[in-house]
Ligand binder design. Structure first.
Ligand code: R5P
Length: 330
């Protein structure tokens, strides 16, 4: 199912913009999302003619003139993350050399976001390194969506807009007739994300506490808050292996939760994540289309909501030099 946030996208041409004409380009990571945004805005996607040399290196040749235009490059850096990052860097480089007027990198999912700080000696801060590369490659500004850690926005020294999915989730959850609702954050780091949905719905918050032994496995140790006999919605940013949300769902059931649903922004869904989600005894796993989902993974328990209307509205506002934060004040 594709859901749409009610937004008032009205792109009427170049008159309202201090920049050149609005141009949209998509890397190869999520062509479906880019096509939806292009359809909403009624702006054609410019073909970057992405192709590979025989040794796997990426090359692009942007089809139309970009000189003086206001260009938005849509590319979540989803798996294969290194390939999609390189595509983004190379498209940005080509745009700069083509004298684009202004270039905005629209990154609905930001890969390498989990390493946004050092937790042990001799570790990298990969999220910062990626931010450096993106601006070095030629992005004049960023449009970001539900970053794993809000601090990453500060890794950029160019203007950024950071969009939240909370309205998309809360509008949909309102249709489900949930009773005695509790919103559950999987950990303290997810508190603000869960709080935004809880505020929209007037619901209390509960917290999970998890221990991660390595990158692959996670253990939910405890849940604190009022969950017994209540309908619980876990609000999460990323589902990768599905370990966190499926174990949290089990812990919620053990503590007497009534209905259990998951709302997660970025369905990365590696390996056997879908098996874990199907076995987790959850009513729905509500996700968005920031990253593409292969056809065989679609269908229950996944419910797919689209971020395209919200991204399209934000793109218009950036193009016309209008407030983006106003989008969340209605
Ligand atoms: C980490 O803190 C994130 O917010 C997610 O909880 C994590 O990325 C989910 O990964 P997985 O699905 O592999 O448990």
């Amino acid at each position: 199912m594709i859901g749409r946030l009610q937004t008032a996208v009205e792109y009427t041409g170049t008159e309202a913009s201090p920049w050149g004409e609005l141009k949209l380009i998509s890397g190869g990571a999520n062509m479906m999302l880019a096509a939806k945004i292009a359809e909403i805005l009624d702006v054609p996607l410019t073909d970057p003619r992405l192709r590979h040399f025989p040794d796997g290196e990426i090359n692009v040749k942007i089809e139309d003139s970009m000189r003086g235009h206001d260009v938005f490059v849509i590319q979540p850096t989803s798996p294969p993350v290194n390939e999609h990052l390189m595509e983004l860097f190379i498209i940005l480089d080509a745009l700069r050399r083509a004298s684009a007027g202004r270039v905005t990198a629209v990154i609905p999912y930001y890969g390498y976001a989990r390493k946004e700080r050092k937790t042990q000696p001799r570790e990298p801060i990969s999220a910062k390194l990626v931010a450096n590369f993106i601006t070095l490659a030629g992005a004049d500004r960023l449009l970001l969506f539900d970053l794993h850690a809000e601090a990453i926005e500060g890794f950029f020294d160019v203007p950024t807009d950071h969009l939240s999915p909370h309205r998309i989730f809360s509008e949909y959850l309102k249709t489900l007739n949930l009773k005695h609702l509790t919103i559950v954050a999987p950990d303290a780091g997810g508190g603000r994300r869960a709080e935004a949905v809880a505020n929209d719905l007037g619901a209390p918050i509960a917290f999970g506490y998890k221990r991660r032994d390595d990158e692959q496995s996670v253990e939910v140790i405890a849940v604190s808050g009022d969950v017994k006999g209540r309908d619980c919605v876990v609000v999460e940013d990323i589902i990768t292996t599905g370990g966190t949300v499926s174990k949290l769902a089990i812990a919620l059931r053990q503590q007497g939760a009534n209905r259990v649903l998951i709302a997660a922004t970025h369905p990365v869904l590696t390996g056997d994540a879908m098996d874990r989600l199907r076995k987790a005894d959850v009513e729905q796993v509500i996700v968005t289309d920031t990253v593409p989902i292969p056809a065989e993974k679609l269908g229950p328990p996944l419910t797919l909501l689209s971020v395209a209307p919200l991204l399209a509205e934000a793109i218009i506002r950036v193009h016309e030099n209008r407030s983006v934060s106003e989008l969340f004040q209605q």
